[in-house]
Design a protein around this ligand. Sequence first.
Ligand SMILES: CC(C)(COP(=O)(O)OP(=O)(O)OC[C@H]1O[C@@H](n2cnc3c(N)ncnc32)[C@H](O)[C@@H]1OP(=O)(O)O)[C@@H](O)C(=O)NCCC(=O)NCCS
Length: 151
Amino acid sequence: MNATSALRIAAISREERPLLRTLNKTIFGDAEVIRTFKRADLMMLVAWLRGTPVGFKVGYRLQPRVFYSAKGGVVPEARRQGIARALLHAMLERVQTSGYRRFVFDTFPNKHPGMTILALNEGFRVIQAGYNPEHSDYRLRFARSFPPGGK
Ligand SMILES: CC(C)(COP(=O)(O)OP(=O)(O)OC[C@H]1O[C@@H](n2cnc3c(N)ncnc32)[C@H](O)[C@@H]1OP(=O)(O)O)[C@@H](O)C(=O)NCCC(=O)NCCS
């Protein structure tokens, strides 16, 4: 089933952050979404499926022309309906429109294989890899560049 027609993705404000905490707890079991929200160009996207919040994606400026997607996920009941892909597309579009040249994120391929598969399918390439003892997994950094002169 493709639920994208019933899907709404929008940016939320800093005041609406409790919604992210709830989604983050459901998806990752963590209390902390990201270490700090005091970031340049902080972008917090939420996906609603038929009015219910089902996923999120948070990112910020890493370097002047490089945007970093720090964390994201979709609740288990709403997976494999294209919601993570739609969140990624929504963030990519906003980031590119804001003038960024590169979009990067880190993921742990053994812990969360879906994101690695999605990244490769969406034209991302691995630019860095190393073992991360804290997560007992390799951390892959994926990147995708926007074409010069592109929208
Ligand atoms: C990874 C995650 C975000 C994917 O969310 P989703 O909404 O189910 O993903 P989508 O439906 O948009 O998947 C798009 C494509 O990604 C790939 N994919 C996604 N999840 C996958 C999985 N578990 N196994 C294999 N491929 C997967 C598939 O190619 C899929 O397309 P298809 O369903 O047509 O085969 C979700 O499973 C999740 O939140 N996992 C736990 C947290 C996490 O991994 N966060 C990312 C950390 S960087």
